[in-house]
Ligand binder design. Structure first.
Ligand SMILES: [Zn+2]
Ligand SMILES: [Zn+2]
Length: 292
């Protein structure tokens, strides 16, 4: 199971909604995607553990997506963090952090490692190109596929020997009573969960390709239909829904809602006409994502 915590679902300027920040949690793995101003306050005030974050992945260097990161790292250091923190981001992310540390007379007590992609345990995180007005990238978070033995089928065929089961589970053939048992006949494949986050983007083919078939897509949905979102490198909720439909994703979270809207009711209504599995999460809400 993956837990997605929508910390800040607004964009541009803060409103009732905070600036972009999303937590992706599975077992010991926690990634923070984007870190707008106010992220650490929202986390600490709501008992979300900032120390458990293993990876921070920034989509682009617009202030609303990144300026919460230098203070978050300072807090981790003050809390006595020693564990390495992985950081991903567009060109300039390293310089932004290093220069802000230098100018604020600060040096973290723990290592930062800047990486282009990352595999930690069963989770793989890779960037994909997005279509904003500055260099930008989205992120795909994938859980490794797994397979379980079809124990019922084995039982029906009178196979109870755990050594046979283990060998099949390892993906190897077994010769048994004159028969060859092939692993593919006894393994039930389970595809790992996949989540994609676009950050700020226009609807574009690069994004559609990268997010194809994901279980949850968090897509830029800054404006209502009728606004020329392209002028700002953003998307309307209808455009987000069109991407979700075209890419055949399972669910769509409408995020980066402009502060000009008091609530997202209209944006959701418009999106649902195109892609019924659309919703607009509120700040600090969460979604538990399961297989199937
Ligand atoms: Zn933004
Ligand atoms: Zn932006």
């Amino acid at each position: 199971m993956f837990q997605v915590i929508f910390i800040g679902t607004g964009g541009g300027a803060p409103s009732k909604r905070g600036l972009p920040a999303y937590l992706m949690k599975k077992d010991n793995f926690t990634a923070l995607l984007d870190c707008g101003e106010g992220t650490q306050l929202a986390m600490i005030r709501n008992s979300l553990n900032v120390m458990s974050i293993k990876l921070v992945a920034i989509t682009h260097l617009h202030a609303d997506h990144v300026l919460g990161l230098p203070p978050l790292i300072q807090t981790m250091s003050m809390y006595g963090r020693k564990e390495k923190l992985y950081v991903m981001g567009p060109p300039g992310i390293k310089e932004l952090l290093e220069e802000s540390f230098e100018l604020t007379f600060f040096k973290p007590d723990f290592p930062l490692e800047f990486v282009d992609e990352l595999t930690l345990g069963e989770i793989h995180v890779t960037p994909f190109r997005t279509c904003h007005v500055v260099p930008s990238q989205g992120y795909l978070i994938q859980e490794r596929d797994s397979s379980n033995l079809d124990v019922e089928k084995l039982r029906r065929e009178g196979i109870n020997d755990w050594r046979i089961m283990r060998t099949l589970k390892e993906g190897k053939e077994v010769h048994w009573e004159g028969r060859t048992l092939r692993p593919e006949d006894y393994l039930i494949k389970r595809r790992g969960l996949r989540i994609a986050y676009t950050g700020d983007t226009r609807p574009c083919n690069e994004v559609i390709r990268a997010v194809r078939g994901v279980d949850l897509l968090l897509h830029d949905s800054t404006f209502e239909a009728g606004v020329n979102a392209g002028e700002y490198g953003h998307s309307t909720s209808v455009e987000a829904a069109e991407v979700a439909k075209e890419a055949e994703v399972r669910r769509l979270a409408l995020i980066h809602i402009s502060s000009r809207y008091r609530d997202a009711t209209e944006l959701v209504k418009q999106a649902k006409r195109v892609f019924p599995m659309s919703f607009a999460p509120s700040d600090l809400s969460f979604l538990n994502l399961r297989q199937g």
